[in-house]
Every structure is written in structure tokens, then in C-alpha cells.
Design a protein around this ligand. Sequence first.
Ligand code: HMG
Ligand code: MG
Length: 298
Amino acid sequence: MFPQKVSIVEVGPRDGLQNEKLALSASQKVELINLLSETGLRRIEAGSFVSPKWVPQMANSDEVFKTLNYQPDVQYSALTPNLKGLEAAIEAGVKEVAVFGAASESFSQKNINCSIAESLERFEAVFKLASDNNIKVRGYVSCVMGCPYEGSIEPKAVAQVSKSLLDMGCYEISLGDTIGVGTPKATSLLLDEVLKDIGVNKIAAHFHDTYGQALVNLYTALGYGVSTIDSAVAGLGGCPYAKGASGNVATEDVLYMLNGMEVSTGIEMDKLLVASSFISKILGRSPVSKVANALLAK
Ligand code: HMG
Ligand code: MG
């Protein structure tokens, strides 16, 4: 059964911009995020507090969070890989964070420089400080349908890490097809396993569109009742530690599909296109979204 309502988590300002060659200034990011916050989107991932040596594009996240035009009904969040990241996020006024683990050992090493088990240990301190500060913690699991270093990934491994993160205190797990290799069948096999032990209301789908499968995979996930979807305006993004990973599925494309399915999101396409055009102009290219290009050409 398809859900009647879907909550879209806009990850373009973080997952998208972290992988663009052009590093945006804080004021450009703030303008983008402000435009997104006027579209009806209720959740926006606005930055990350990671090592600037690893991801220089996110180095100005503190300035972004300090100068945003906060809308009362929008939840702004940030990635925090460790205690240092969370401390910086708190200092910048962040009220929701995300930790990120992986279902693949090699990817965990390349992305956060430690094993899966070590990453969970590191997160303990993050959960403690977050809870002391009433900060909600989301959990990402990367490489859920394939890893750039290990190839295929067992759905059981994904279910295990997801369960550990939930038990530690995450309120939601976002399943990342980091390199966009999944297909509808792989999505089904994944969700068959993950949903054995985890309620569907705790699961979000975070699919990259590298192989053009993101929408059909999302459609499959919607059929399982998944009602939280991560996407990036103008199809921004990728992942610096997953070579060849293209952007997240475009928010415009997801919205068009959901509108056609009469699934409500509260988002206005016209306003989303304003944000899409804005960021695409800065990056000097058209949006990576068929829907945006078709609508903007009218
Ligand atoms: P490390 O080198 O193992 O950490 O990095 P360390 O504790 O040894 O510290 C090394 C240096 O980093 C030190 O500075 C620390 O102060 C600094 P130095 O003394 O050399 O000058 N440092 C920090 N600086 C700022 N903020 C911090 C921080 N922590 C340490 N929080 C670390 C470990 C996790 C920090 C590093 O590996 C890192 O930052 N990795 C970035 C990973 C990342 O951002 N990846 C992209 C996001 S994940 C993603 O895109 C996937 C997702 O979208 C889902 C999907 O698609 O699957 C979420
Ligand atoms: Mg991602």
C-alpha cells in the first residue's frame, strides 16, 4: 500500500554541495536554503561538521547555521561524524544531527577512517551529548545496495547496522544507495530483510541516481510503505568517497512522481523550481532533473 503522505528530506545543501567542485560561500548556501525553506519542505539537511581537510566544501557550515533565516516549521539538520562535530554543531545552534555508518567495512574505512564497530563506539559519545542537549539524531547507513570497494552487500548486514543505530538512539534510519546501483529487485530484497525487525515508519530511502534507477527504486520502497524520502534539488550531489556516484535523485523528479500518484508532500513545484534555477545558475549548468528542465522550458 502506498502512503498517502510523504515527507521529503532535502539533502541538496549537504549531500549535493559536498561533492561539487565549486565550493559555495556561506551566503550563497544560505540563499539556497532560504529559498528551499519557502517551498513547503519541512526538513532540510543544511551542512555537515566534518574535517575540512576531508570535505572542504562543508567548511563554512557553522556560518551557514548562524545566518540562516529560520522558519519555525522547518527542521534544519547537519551531519556530525564524531563528538568534535557535534560540539561544533551545538555551538552553531543546530537542533538535529545525523551520524553516518556503513554496511560495508571498506567504505567505512574510506569515508570515516574506522571500522563499522569503531564507528558505533564513536557514536556512543555523540548520542550522550545529543541527548543531554535534546538534539534528535538520525542515522545513515551507506552502501545498502552495493559498495564501490566490495561490490554486493548482504541485506542482513544493512539490517544489523540499522538495528544497532536505532538501539543506540537514532529516531530514523536513512538507507543510502550511495552509488546508485540498486534495482527494484534489490530494493525489495533489502526491505524484506530490514523490515523484519524495524518498523517502516523508522525508515527513509536515500537513493542516488547514478544508474537512473532511483525513481523506480523509490516507487518500490513506497509500495512497502516507506514514507520518508531523501532527495536533492536539481539532482545535486554524490559522495566524495564513492567515485562515480552521481547526485541524489532530484527533488523535482520525486515531487512530480508523487504528485502524479496523488501522494501529498506539501511542496510547491513552482517554488522548488526557483531554488533549482538559482543553484543551477551558480554552478553554471542545467538542473540534473528531467522534470525541472521540462518545466523550465515551458
Ligand atoms: P580522522 O582523521 O580519523 O580523525 O577523521 P581524527 O580524530 O584522527 O582527526 C584528524 C583531524 O581531523 C584533526 O585535525 C581533527 O581535529 C580533525 P588536525 O589535528 O589534523 O588539524 N577533525 C575534525 N575537524 C572538523 N570537524 C570534525 C572533526 N573530527 C576530526 N568533526 C573524520 C575522522 C570522521 C573526522 C573524517 O574521516 C571525516 O571528516 N570524514 C568526512 C566524511 C564525510 O563527510 N563524508 C561524506 C558524508 S557521508 C555521505 O555522503 C553518505 C550519505 O549521504 C549517505 C549515502 O549516500 O549513503 C550520508
Ligand atoms: Mg548520499
